[in-house]
Write a protein that binds this ligand. Structure first.
Ligand code: PGA
Length: 249
């Protein structure tokens, strides 16, 4: 369960959220990495300290494609590793839209992220116009192929794909089981074409209006290994409920 806090929270609310989460999940035997939190960059170190001794892992919401240097305002993958991250979220639709990120730039970020030993969760997904015009699967496959068909060797388990239809994000309108199932089949097909073992080791998450109400049916879909959760992850009660349900599936 990956919690994408986006540009939300402050010291006080993040501290409370983490404490509530740790208390709520105290009795649950969560596996290491079953929960990953993605705070805004400035809070990474505080969160890193707060999760010491828990099974929660840490991720950055984005990383620059360059190793270091004159890139004012950016954060490198190596810096994220330095403050205790295991994961980096890449290619979220909000970054694609608001920061004009394209498939090639996201591929460069993926390369940089993997080169410092971090795992990447890369988001792909169609917008409403693309879905309505019957292009959803085409968009998903071209975004995915842009990541894996280039000159890159990806170690087993280092890449995770998050299928997030743009129209389902923050809209209270999750994709249907059928829509998610079809997208997953397409993703698996492309991964298998690269290599069946690669497909097997690449976890796939669904994201877009995931709540405690729909998490069980989403995780029951063949091929869904987890969820990327925005809104509901900022509410400790909802998020711990989601984690508890996920634990039983
Ligand atoms: P949401 O966001 O759960 O609020 O829809 C998901 C995301 O943007 O990763």
């Amino acid at each position: 369960m990956a919690a994408n806090w986006k540009m939300n929270g402050d010291f006080r609310t993040i501290d409370r959220l983490l404490n509530d989460l740790k208390n709520d999940l105290l009795d649950e035997e969560m596996d290491l990495g079953q929960i990953i939190v993605f705070p805004p960059h400035v809070y990474l170190q505080t969160v890193a300290q707060s999760i010491v001794g828990t099974n929660i892992l840490l991720g950055g919401q984005d990383a620059d494609q360059r190793e270091s240097g004159a890139v004012t305002g950016s954060v490198s993958a190596k810096m994220l590793r330095d403050v205790g991250c295991d994961y980096v979220l890449l290619g979220h639709s909000e970054r694609r839209i608001l920061f004009n990120e394209d498939d090639y730039g996201i591929f460069q970020k993926l390369k940089q992220t993997l080169s410092v030993g971090l795992k990447a969760i890369v988001c792909i997904g169609e917008n409403l116009e693309q879905r309505d015009s019957g292009q959803a699967l085409k968009v998903i496959s071209s975004q995915l192929e842009a990541l894996i068909s280039r000159d890159i060797s990806i170690q087993s388990g280092k890449l995770l794909i998050a299928y997030e239809p743009v129209w389902a994000i923050g809209s209270n309108k999750s994709a249907t089981i059928g829509q998610i199932g079809k997208a997953l089949l397409e993703i698996k097909k492309i991964l298998k074409e690269v290599d069946p073992d690669f497909s097997e080791s690449t976890k796939i998450l669904y994201g877009g209006s995931v709540t405690e109400k729909n998490i069980a049916e989403i995780l029951a879909i063949d091929g869904v290994d987890g969820a990327l959760i925005g809104g509901a992850s900022m509410d400790s009660r909802s998020f711990s409920k989601i984690c508890r349900i996920a634990k039983t599936i």
